[in-house]
Ligand binder design. Structure first.
Ligand code: HEM
Length: 423
């Protein structure tokens, strides 16, 4: 059905297309995405979970799909709803209360919740938080700087976003290590409402519910208190909605940021010229290249490989392909962001790229609510690492690195580094 028509007979026939979702693909999916973009831009495939879905890989189609109101985020619209439940990327989400989070709902419910949460999670609140993110970053680096070696995923990229979002939400310090453990369980075992993961989700949700209940009588200067305070023409979040919201902020802002830092450092290691350029610009006290650079790292090898699920509520044509009602559609952000029809020299990392409207944070009404926080964390983490540990280098051959084979996220399991020890 998707056979290319232009291939000359003597060329190795790519009719079957690349193998998706195996080990090789997890390590480097970009050649497979290039093939799909060219030969089968809206591609029907069977996912490892057994669910059939369309993969959208061209930039123009991806942007259209992300903003298309005929594509619903509500898994009830899947032709096989029972099958789709629990497969939208959030472990243990069968629990009804957690289903009512932003990534799972459509207007008008989405509009109402997003407006309320936007009143609490403002760019100003994020900006006020900048000195604390710097402190957290320095504190984590202090713990391994004297050793001359570290695993940057476990000792740095993983704890930073967890502590950052816990502090923003107003989780007391003494409880933050519980979150680190729960989140560790979720990231180690990925999606799927199984055993330890389901338990961690349950504990996290129960804790947040209790915290919100307590804070209601004792509002403070934190994001949970602001979520409780937020009102829109007399409308407030219910306690259950505030709990789901706190949970989605933790969940959406955690593994994404781990991978922004991990993939970002990895890309800099693989592109020493660009890394040197960034380091000298930081040494000169400049920030421009850091700011465009973090956007480029998101485009080049971003944390979110596929946007979360969408389901057709009406028949539509996408990239010339007919999509039937109930069909699941996955927008492959990683493929769209390397589309040569949109980006000049898309497979090159250019930290000063200026025409860079990448889809790493999505597009349309579900555009990442946490983008200002992610940018703050990404910029602080990379600038501080490269400034404090300027001779940071990979401690293993690049071919020894292992990538997680998740569906939605792309990230490294470990990132062993070495450097001259410093105090
Ligand atoms: C939505 C990416 C960090 C909170 C999204 C979406 C993407 C994304 C692609 C849209 C998904 C879709 O349309 O299916 C990222 C990346 C991050 C990041 C690449 C880090 C580099 C964060 C952080 C937070 C956050 C730090 C909060 C603390 C959210 C929320 C949504 C969202 C709440 C849902 C918005 C809605 O449905 O209206 N993010 N995210 N994200 N993100 Fe992020």
């Amino acid at each position: 059905m998707h056979e290319p028509t232009s291939a000359a007979p003597e060329e190795p026939a790519p009719a079957q297309g690349p193998t998706l979702f195996d080990w090789e693909f997890a390590t480097d999916p970009y050649p497979a995405y290039a093939w799909l973009r060219e030969h089968s831009p809206v591609h029907r495939t069977r996912l490892p979970s057994g669910v059939e879905a369309w993969l959208v890989t061209r930039y123009a189609d991806a942007r259209q799909a992300l903003a298309d109101q005929r594509l619903s985020k509500n898994p009830e619209h899947h032709a096989e709803p029972a099958h789709a439940k629990g497969k939208t990327g959030i472990p243990g989400e069968r629990k009804a209360e957690l289903m009512t989070h932003l990534l799972n709902i459509d207007p008008p419910d989405h509009t109402r919740l997003r407006r309320l949460v936007s009143k609490a999670f403002t760019p100003r609140r994020v900006a006020e938080f900048a000195p604390r993110v710097q402190e957290l970053t320095d504190h984590l680096i202090d713990a391994f700087a004297g050793r001359g070696e570290a695993d940057l995923i476990h000792e740095f990229a993983f704890p930073l976003p967890i502590y950052a979002i816990c502090e923003m939400l107003g989780v007391p310090r003494e409880d933050q290590d519980d979150f680190r453990d729960w989140a560790g369980m979720m990231i180690r075992h990925g999606g799927g409402p199984r055993g330890g993961v389901a338990r961690s989700v349950k504990q996290m949700r129960a804790y947040l519910g209790e915290l919100i209940h307590r804070k209601r009588d004792d509002l403070g200067n934190d994001l949970i208190s602001d979520l409780i305070r937020a009102s829109d023409h007399g409308d407030h979040l219910t306690e259950a909605e505030a709990t789901a919201m706190a949970f989605i902020l933790l969940f959406a802002g955690f593994e994404t940021t781990v991978n922004l830092i991990g993939n970002g450092v990895h890309s800099l290691f693989m592109n020493p010229g660009e890394r040197a350029r960034l380091q000298s610009s930081l040494a000169a006290g400049e920030r421009d290249l850091l700011e465009t650079g973090v956007e480029e790292l998101l485009r080049y090898d971003g944390p979110v490989e596929l946007a979360t699920w969408r389901f057709a509520t009406r028949p539509l044509v996408l990239g010339g392909q007919e999509i039937a009602v109930g069909d699941p559609v996955l927008v492959v952000l990683a493929a769209a962001d390397r589309d040569p029809a949109r980006f000049a020299d898309p497979d090159a990392l250019d930290l000063s790229r200026s025409d860079n409207q990448h889809l790493g944070y999505g597009h349309g009404i579900h555009y990442c609510l946490g983008a200002p926080l992610a940018r703050l964390e990404g910029q602080t983490a990379l600038a501080t690492l490269l400034t404090r540990l300027p001779d940071l280098e990979l401690a293993v051959p690049p071919t020894d690195l292992r990538w997680r084979g998740g569906l939605i996220m792309r990230g490294l399991r470990t990132l062993p580094v070495r450097f001259t020890p410093r105090n």
